[in-house]
Design a protein around this ligand. Structure first.
Ligand code: NAP
Length: 492
């Protein structure tokens, strides 16, 4: 088996397969360590929006989290620790980028080309992540900018921003952490906002010594903390997915926050969103509005026309000179470049397969025409309100059971039936129609070029857990392996 990527999902796959006795796998990782997005996103202020007791593996609870919402270094350290303790690093190949994966119908395997050579695998597990490929804005002249220029996920730590004039493009989850974190160091920040985000309070605090003692020593406390966070977050699904009108309550809270944290009435107007809260990801921060309210921070809401030399020029013709530009414009989510590299049984790439109706998979994991392939954090498994690790672990239950089924039944090929995939997606899209993501009046990366929401899970997450609990082989066309055909037919 080949696992592509070693972030939370790929590493989780390695650990869970290993535990289940499926030890013949290799993890191909283009970076130099495990951690994925938590290895790459080292920008100042990087931290998680989901409390760590929930944003961690259920099979590797951590009593040592120092605060309720962990920072990037602590999460990266946790992931590295899990990898080391699980004993799966011996099957990792680092600095190995998969450049092409093509299904070989004749041999029932995947042929992989990588930057470190070629290989074949019976099973391909795509754990390349949804937030892995930085999306750069197509602003005329930006490539010829005379100063420092980098994406939030590729922070240049050699660039000394102290005393410099800095532009930050974007006001998403990354930007709202970066700006307050660098505001004291730099001379001036121009924040370029295209759409104002809705903000809620961040209930972040260090754990007390007593709490940490309890996490370490009292059985069940960690699980209880986790369950409490899970339940509190899951309640939001009622408003987000079922009854968007309920989201108005959050809007009131957010408006009160604007009034409390910003003095300037004009700035208050600029930061007040014009869509229903929840339509785009709700952000949590207590230092974003105070940072914007500083005299040395300007919020620019005019669109960017071009970059010229050292200046960013907006549509109204104003030129603002800067020494550095931080591009915090997000990721290629619905158009990942990985989709060009994976070719299925008819030779078509995933990009081609997704071209008509957007990204679609069965249970977010398998795609018709791509046998023996499982995608983690696949289509419609994303969340805005709670822990992605929960979704990943649900998928891992499914994948491990699939591999066990293949082994037990002697199957060399599994391909999800197109009708099962279609029916699944029809129901999914039906559930999404009334959700705030579709009706809230915003443009977001949750929607693809066709206007379909192919990214989010539209229901309670425990429902996804239930439907991925067991591998449902009946939804698949299966082929017994040549070696095992006699035995397999008996079992089938
Ligand atoms: P993002 O949410 O996609 O935000 C990108 C920002 O850049 C938006 O404000 C967007 O404006 C703006 N933008 C994009 N293209 C632009 C252009 N051409 N010109 C001007 N502005 C442009 O990206 P992100 O902040 O990196 O976050 C991505 C995801 O990563 C999050 O949703 C979250 O899932 C995850 N994340 C989580 C955390 C956390 O847990 N604390 C932190 C960082 C990231 P529009 O809104 O108008 O599109």
């Amino acid at each position: 088996m080949a696992i592509v990527g070693s972030g939370f999902s790929g590493l989780g796959a390695a650990v869970r397969l290993d535990e289940a006795g499926h030890r013949d796998f290799v993890v191909l990782e283009r970076g130099n360590d495990v951690g994925g997005t938590w290895r790459d996103n080292t920008y100042p202020g990087a931290a998680c929006d989901v409390p760590s007791h929930l944003y961690s593996y259920s099979f590797a609870l951590n009593p040592n989290w120092t605060r309720s919402f962990s920072t990037q270094p602590e999460i990266e350290e946790y992931i590295c620790g899990v990898a080391g303790r699980a004993g799966v690093l011996d099957r990792h190949v680092f600095g190995c980028e998969v450049t092409r994966a093509a299904w070989q119908e004749e041999h029932h395997c995947w042929a992989l080309s990588t930057t470190r050579g070629t290989m074949t695998a019976d099973v391909l597990i795509g754990a390349f992540g949804a937030l892995a490929e930085p999306s750069l804005p197509a602003i005329p002249g930006i490539d010829d900018f005379d100063g420092e220029l980098f994406h939030s996920a590729q922070w240049n730590h050699d660039a000394n921003l102290a005393g410099k004039r800095v532009a930050v493009i974007g006001t998403g989850a990354s930007a709202i952490q970066i700006v307050p974190a660098i505001a004291d160091t730099v001379a001036h920040i121009d924040v370029y906002q295209r759409t104002a985000p809705w903000l809620l309070p961040r209930f972040d605090r260090p754990f007390t010594r007593a709490e940490r003692w309890a996490f370490r020593n009292i059985p069940g406390v960690l699980r209880l903390a986790r369950a409490g966070i899970y339940a509190a977050r899951e309640v939001q699904v009622v408003g987000l997915a079922k009854n968007p009108r309920l989201m108005k309550l959050f809007e009131l809270l957010s408006r009160a926050k604007i009034r409390a944290e910003i003095r300037d009435p004009q700035l208050r107007r600029k930061v007040t969103p014009n869509f229903r809260i929840g339509c785009k990801r709700m952000l949590i921060a207590n230092d974003w509005y105070p940072a914007l309210d500083r005299d040395d921070v300007d919020l620019v809401t005019d669109g960017i026309r071009e970059v010229n030399g050292h200046s960013i020029i907006t549509e109204d013709g104003t030129a603002r000179e800067v020494d550095a530009i931080v591009v915090a414009t997000g990721f290629h989510v619905t158009d990942s470049p990985m989709f060009d590299t994976i070719c299925g049984s008819d030779g078509r790439s995933l990009s081609q397969t997704f071209a008509d109706k957007g990204m679609r998979a069965y249970k977010g994991t398998t795609i018709a025409g791509y046998p023996n392939m499982f995608v983690l954090i696949g289509p419609n498994t994303g969340l805005g309100h709670t822990s992605m690790v929960y979704m990943i672990e649900s998928q891992l239950n499914y994948v491990v059971d699939a591999v066990t089924t293949m082994t037990r039944r002697g199957l060399s090929r599994l391909d999800v039936r197109q009708e099962a995939l279609d029916a699944y997606n029809e129901e999914l899209q039906h559930k999404l129609t009334g959700s705030v993501w579709m009706t809230g009046g915003c443009a977001s990366w949750y929607l693809d070029a066709h206007g379909n929401n192919t990214t989010l899970w539209p229901d309670f997450t425990f429902r996804f857990r239930a439907q991925t609990k067991r591998f449902d082989v009946d939804a698949y066309e299966t082929t017994a392996s040549r070696n095992n055909q006699a035995g397999a037919v008996d079992e089938l």
